[in-house]
Ligand binder design. Sequence first.
Ligand SMILES: CC(C)(COP(=O)(O)OP(=O)(O)OC[C@H]1O[C@@H](n2cnc3c(N)ncnc32)[C@H](O)[C@@H]1OP(=O)(O)O)[C@@H](O)C(=O)NCCC(=O)NCCS
Length: 446
Amino acid sequence: MSRLKDKLHDKIEAQRPRINKLLKEYGDVIIDEVTVSQVIGGMRGIKSLISDISYLDPFEGIRYRGYTLPEIFEKLPKPAGADMPYVEGLVYLLLTGDIPTEKEVEEVLDEFQKRRILPRYVYEVIDAMPCCSHPMTILSSAIMTMQRESFFAKKYKSGINKLEYWDSTYEDAMNLLAKLPEIGTYIYTKLYRDGKRIQQNPNLDFGSNFAHMLGFEKPFDEVSRLYFIIHADHEAGNVSAHTGHLVASSLADVYLSIASMINGLAGPLHGLANQEVLRWLIELYDKMEGKIPTEDEMRQYVWDTLNAGHVVPGFGHAVLRKTDPRYMLQREFSLKHLPEDPIFKYVDLLYKVVPPILLEQGKAKNPWPNVDAQSGAVLWHYGLREYDFYTVMFGIGRAIGICANIVWDRALGFPLERPKSITTDMVEKVAFNPKAKRSKKKGSAE
Ligand SMILES: CC(C)(COP(=O)(O)OP(=O)(O)OC[C@H]1O[C@@H](n2cnc3c(N)ncnc32)[C@H](O)[C@@H]1OP(=O)(O)O)[C@@H](O)C(=O)NCCC(=O)NCCS
């Protein structure tokens, strides 16, 4: 057993009694109340999932295993001379809850190197996808194709004990994660570089190898690591994370679950928003013939978007109630590395003009930018101009968090997810009752 798996084993043994005690002795304690607006409004804010991998505070932003993103970037080991930490270190942290040493990161690098080779048929499936398939559709299909490799599915068939489920799930998770850079970059070269594949460099880390196979020079390795790390998880209730949990709760294996989460991420209100931001900005850039708009021109563009009945991509959030720290990290990176980039200047201008407009419009609960408002501009600057591909990078990052979640879901024996739906008649019966209790909660998302 690897040392990472050994450690995970010990952590799991320590965590199981905590969950068992909560269930056995405190199972009937009330945690939350549910209002009509939450039932109709996409279950916002209902506390009904558990995950220790990350937690999203509406005002502070995401914490991974208790650490804020600035802490993560400070504490995780980094390649020599780099500003951005190893993605492998984040894998270790999300799985175990501990910041790894350099040596422990090296072990994850070794693990990934052993597991990197992609079966031939995955390339063939990617090659066979019909023309104009979206890169996210291809990513999902490529992952699905590998379901036949699942150790968990084989072990389950052979009748293993429930307590051992996590072990083969861990194997599936590590095997899939190690292969994602190759899958992602092959999709890219196939769609945009006539299939001219650049071979992996086994001496490189996850982020550097991704940049290398994509064909981008330094500092794209830093951009890749930054990007994968900030997108890895955003607690358990967002569409991609929740889809991953939900599908895995039926004991579908990691391949089926991660392909499903990729499908959820491919919606424009979720992960695809990064592509939408760039599409929307380039439309304006072309209209302006490359000039930087004045504040008034930008305001007009935003109002035109709203008046056409569209959302302003990259702004708003279902949980956050302040500027997304993932946005701020990328903004700092942009101010340092690409302050004169015209698309960054557009993004910078939007940061100024959009929140007051959304406040004036009075609909969005959160007028501030989210991660997607900024991420495409960085990729664009370094030459990754095919913005349909941006969500694939989001998906590779997100797979890290969801894989960690699924391993733990299995380890703690979380059951099949099955919330209850009720009919409109039933909701009306409760709501119209003169004795109905009203919630004192201010917002439903907190
Ligand atoms: C992220 C998002 C889907 C959250 O949705 P939500 O939790 O329902 O958000 P709210 O409760 O604030 O929505 C209330 C209203 O404000 C609108 N709104 C929210 N964000 C908006 C935005 N960026 N532009 C215009 N309108 C917005 C909603 O569409 C909704 O309108 P409706 O009452 O006509 O349906 C939403 O903010 C959005 O569509 N943002 C743009 C897409 C995006 O950036 N997605 C990536 C998220 S990380």
